[in-house]
Design a protein around this ligand. Structure first.
Ligand code: DHB
Ligand code: MG
Length: 215
């Protein structure tokens, strides 16, 4: 193998410049979320494309998301689904869930996305086994292992499990991380990598995005 190329900010910008950018609606959504004091921590457009391509290649119809925030990733995933596609997205914070519902309602995937307000594990437990083709984890990092286990029950064989922030907000290798979430991400990455029946890889895009197939 040739020497691996270290991925720099410049590489990520180069990728972004050659990937479908946010349309006006998504630009407006992100601006409105910021104005509403919702943390600006949505995934980027290039990561959204990566996930959309994976969903299209898997012919996904039903998707589950843990951590809806302002609704950006739910809308992007819904856009990759066929007309009968559906995203069930879970959000703990009622104010964020209300914002996401409002923006999803005026999006071009309004009928495809359902926002369920509640705690991830509690809501996931109500979802039937084998009722989804893909799942995306993007909520509190401490509970990622529990979300993964529930999603391995909910997602069908051959389906996808994706997870955001594998690079721990850029602090994966920090000596003294300033977030407890960093330790949680490190633990989760090892847990995910060791899961039997799960073939995954961390794509070095955005803050690191796990993409895995349930074998
Ligand atoms: C942060 C970023 C995320 O994508 C996330 O899911 C949670 C937190 C952050 O930068 O703090
Ligand atoms: Mg995230």
């Amino acid at each position: 193998m040739s020497e691996p190329c270290p991925v720099t900010r410049r590489h990520l910008q180069y990728v972004a410049d050659r990937t479908r950018a946010d349309d006006d609606f998504l630009v407006d959504l992100k601006a409105a979320a910021k104005a509403a004091d919702i943390p600006s921590i949505s995934i980027g457009a290039a990561q959204a494309s990566l996930m959309q391509i994976a969903l299209k290649a898997a012919r996904a119809v039903n998707v589950v998301e843990v951590g809806c925030l302002a609704g950006y990733s739910a809308i992007q995933m819904a856009r990759a689904l066929p007309p009968n596609g559906r995203v069930r997205t879970i959000e703990l914070e009622p104010r964020h869930a209300a914002f996401a519902r409002e923006w999803i309602a005026k999006s071009n995937v309004a009928g495809k996305v359902e926002v369920i307000q509640g705690a991830g594990v509690d809501v996931l437990k109500t979802f039937a086994s084998d009722s989804a083709d893909a799942a995306f984890l993007d909520a509190d990092k401490e509970n990622y292992p529990k979300y993964l286990d529930e999603c391995l029950r909910i997602v069908k064989r051959g389906g996808l499990i994706m997870a955001d922030n594998a690079f721990a907000f850029g602090q994966l290798f920090a000596d003294v991380p300033d977030e407890s979430g960093v330790h949680a991400v490190r633990r989760f990455n090892d847990y995910m990598a060791a899961k039997p029946g799960l073939h995954g890889v961390i794509a070095p895009i955005g803050d690191g995005c796990w993409i895995a197939v349930k074998e």
